[in-house]
Design a protein around this ligand. Structure first.
Ligand SMILES: O=C(O)CCC(=O)C(=O)O
Length: 344
């Protein structure tokens, strides 16, 4: 059962209450933080890109975001990343991270200067079908983000009723540190072992509503049971005085350099801004990824397809050449076994 979010909108201007609620519950649900028209203005070019990628039903109005399920794909598949790439470099999307309403909110909560993580995620989640499911499993961001304590700001690019697969959180789950996890098929590829029955809270999002949660808050998505592509945005924020892991100041998944990202931008205001701010960049703590990868290698050795996305991530992103090669071989074996083809 999912209980409704505790709505903290009435305390939007009161940093002390927001900080107290965030510490108590591990999340804040806030209505109308970003003006609706600004979210909708950002949604339009992203949907146009999705249409160009063939992800939307041809002939249907772009603003309806009706997905073409025969084109369903997901991160980190190469055919997803090919179209994701020009989306992620969009200047307007990066500018949104710095929205004064979001940064102001964190300034009030922290009572000090905020670091906006340069790295953020744009999600394009196709509807769940019998042959496709990319529902994000329950996880904690700390594993992927490292560094000091950071907080996610998640919002949907457009309205997102629960049927369209919005995010839900396990209230109070942030107090137990990093929890044990297993591999999972959804975004992020992991799932915490504890079920948190009776602790889940959620609700419908209107464009402009945001969900804030800490890097140890367990959260997951609901399945996208609508006919639409669910596009959403999640960026991270922390105290400027806290350390930030290198992975959070690099572009998405090592896909490009910042100079490549910035190539078509009009303004330099949000380019390399964390360097001017003097962010305290530290190495990424790889211990959780080492554990994830060991689990994936064991699954792959048993011929379990669940390992595939993690193997792909290792091949695309791991710094260790030997590990990349091992993952690449196992990937090819899995693909031969299940499709009769080599990995794409
Ligand atoms: O949007 C999703 O499905 C996943 C989002 C998420 O896990 C996050 O923002 O950390």
């Amino acid at each position: 059962m999912i209980r409704p979010f505790t709505d903290s909108t009435a305390s939007l201007g009161d940093g002390a209450t927001l900080a107290r609620n965030l510490d108590r519950d591990g999340y804040l649900f806030l209505r109308g933080v970003i003006p609706r028209e600004e979210v909708m203005a950002l949604r339009r070019p992203l949907l146009e890109r999705a249409a160009k990628a063939g992800w939307l039903k041809s002939g249907s109005p772009v603003e309806l975001a009706l997905a073409d399920s025969s084109e369903a794909c997901k991160d980190p598949e190469p055919r997803y990343l090919e179209h994701f790439r020009p989306m992620w470099t969009m200047e307007a999307l990066h500018r949104m991270k710095h929205h004064p309403k979001i940064v102001g909110l964190f300034e009030r909560i922290f009572g000090e200067a905020v670091l906006v993580h340069p790295m953020f995620v744009l999600r394009n989640i196709f509807p769940q079908t019998p042959s496709f499911d990319f529902t994000t499993g329950s996880h904690q961001d700390k594993i992927h983000i490292g560094g000091g304590t950071s907080y996610a700001c998640w919002f949907s690019l457009g309205d997102c009723p629960t049927s369209k697969g919005g995010l839900i959180v396990a209230a109070g789950s942030h107090k137990q540190g990093v929890l044990d996890f297993e591999l999972a098929p959804g975004a992020g590829g992991l799932e915490v072992s504890e079920k948190f029955e009776g602790r889940w809270v959620g609700g419908d999002f209107k464009a402009g509503d945001v969900l804030i949660f800490s890097d140890t808050t367990v959260h997951k998505a609901l399945p996208n049971k609508s006919a639409e592509l669910r596009q959403s945005f999640d960026a991270r924020y922390q105290r400027l005085s806290d350390p930030v892991a290198e992975v959070s100041v690099l572009p998405y998944a090592g896909m490009f350099t910042w100079d490549e990202v910035y190539a078509g931008w009009q303004s330099a205001e949000y380019q390399y801004y964390w360097q001017r701010q003097g962010a305290n960049v530290v190495p990424f703590d790889t211990r959780y990824y080492e554990k994830r990868d060991a689990i994936a290698f064991a699954h792959a050795a048993r011929g379990d397809l669940l390992a595939r996305d993690t193997l792909l991530r290792i091949v695309q992103r791991d710094k260790n050449a030997e590990k990349r090669e091992r993952a690449s071989k196992l990937l090819a074996e899995l693909d031969r076994r299940y499709t009769g083809k080599a990995a794409d």
